[in-house]
Design a protein around this ligand. Structure first.
Ligand code: 3HC
Length: 315
């Protein structure tokens, strides 16, 4: 009988486009790689609620407030799907939160920048969610079943996030001189950190080799970054925004935009904890996680009581 519990059999399933499910055999390295990536993805979704949450009470209209509320609620839900997907790999929610709070686990660099005004909410929706869509559409084809299914669900909501952000930017670029300046200033501050969201260059990425072998990543960091640039430059030009990169230029030969080099010192400084808002983001998460302990305890107590009652009935 063919032993299905071997790395060879596992790799054959990956190579033939099979989905790996929680109860299937998987090499420990595959499991660890996924726990790292999915839990950090979940952390990013939840921490990402903070910069936008600050603007719910300051939204310029009831419609804008409704849209922002809906978007932030979506992000919280994305975090829950992803924490649940990670839990299928044998890590608990508590362990993941502990890794976030201790700094052992990362979250996306982009959420360590401040949202200074309403144009930032437009730039976040358009650029940050726009970058996330490029990354997450590709991740829909990831080899791990629960992650792939979570991505399909999340991508349906991301396009609304990107459109509402672009609408804010288009409105402001069609507004007063001050509004145009605000939108361009937000573009200038969010463009480069959004490019960093895709991760280091492929040649500098320690995880891409395994990620591609195990079809966790279906396209590389640089490929996805280029896709985002090619799409977004045209959207910017359409509404009169200038890309803050003098090297941006369409290359007839490659049929892509050439662009300037990313400041990787800034990237590493921010992901090592020294960005503008790292401390604020973590203090906030720890404070409200602790304040919400009673909700988790009550839910757990209710679940235990319910289970005991069911046991009594079943006898
Ligand atoms: N921010 C923080 N850390 C980053 C990073 C970023 N933008 N890009 C890479 N890193 C870290 C990696 O986590 C890794 O560190 P680790 O070993 O401690 O985990 C190191 O830098 C090397 O990077 P690699 O490229 O080798 O790592 P990966 O192969 O994991 O690729 C990734 C990085 C492309 C971010 C990949 O993990 C991925 O696709 N993750 C899923 C998508 C995701 O997490 N997106 C975050 C944004 S979610 C979002 O924007 C929500 C939206 O709704 C607003």
């Amino acid at each position: 009988m063919h032993n299905e519990h071997t790395d060879q059999h596992f790799q054959l399933r990956i190579d033939t486009e099979g989905h790996i499910e929680p109860r299937d055999y998987m090499p420990e390295g595959y499991r660890k790689h996924l726990i790292r990536q999915i839990s950090q993805h979940a952390h990013s979704e939840v921490i990402g609620m903070q910069p936008e949450g600050n603007w719910i009470t300051r939204a310029p209209s009831l419609r804008a407030k409704q849209i922002l509320l809906a978007k932030i609620q979506d992000e919280g839900g994305h975090g829950l799907y992803l924490y649940s997907a990670a839990e299928t790999l044998g890590i608990s929610r508590e362990e993941m939160i502990e890794q976030l709070h201790s700094g052992k686990a990362k979250y996306s660099n982009i959420f360590n920048y401040p949202a200074l005004n309403w144009a930032d909410i437009g730039a976040i929706g358009w650029l940050v969610d726009g970058a996330a869509i490029v990354n997450q559409v590709s991740l829909q084809r990831t080899s791990y079943g629960p992650y792939s299914r979570a991505m399909v669900r999340i991508c349906k909501e991301e396009s609304f996030h990107q459109r509402q952000g672009y609408e804010i930017m288009a409105k402001m670029m069609n507004g007063t001189k001050e509004q145009k300046e605000m939108a361009q200033d937000a573009m200038n501050r969010w463009w480069w950190p959004a490019l960093m969201m895709f991760g280091p260059h492929d040649k500098d990425s320690p995880h891409t080799g395994d990620a591609v072998k195990w079809k966790i990543k279906r396209e590389s960091n640089d490929t996805l970054r280029q896709k985002f640039i090619d799409k977004t430059v045209q959207q910017a030009e359409l509404i009169g925004l200038k890309i803050p990169d003098n090297d941006i230029k369409w290359n007839e030969k490659t049929e892509h935009y050439d662009h300037g080099e990313i400041d990787w010192n800034e990237f590493h400084r921010v992901i090592k904890g020294n960005g503008p808002c790292n401390k604020q983001r973590m203090d906030h998460h720890i404070k409200y996680h602790n304040e919400g302990a009673w909700v988790r305890e009550a839910a757990a107590a209710y679940k235990t009581k319910k289970l005991k009652k069911e046991e009594l009935v079943i006898g």
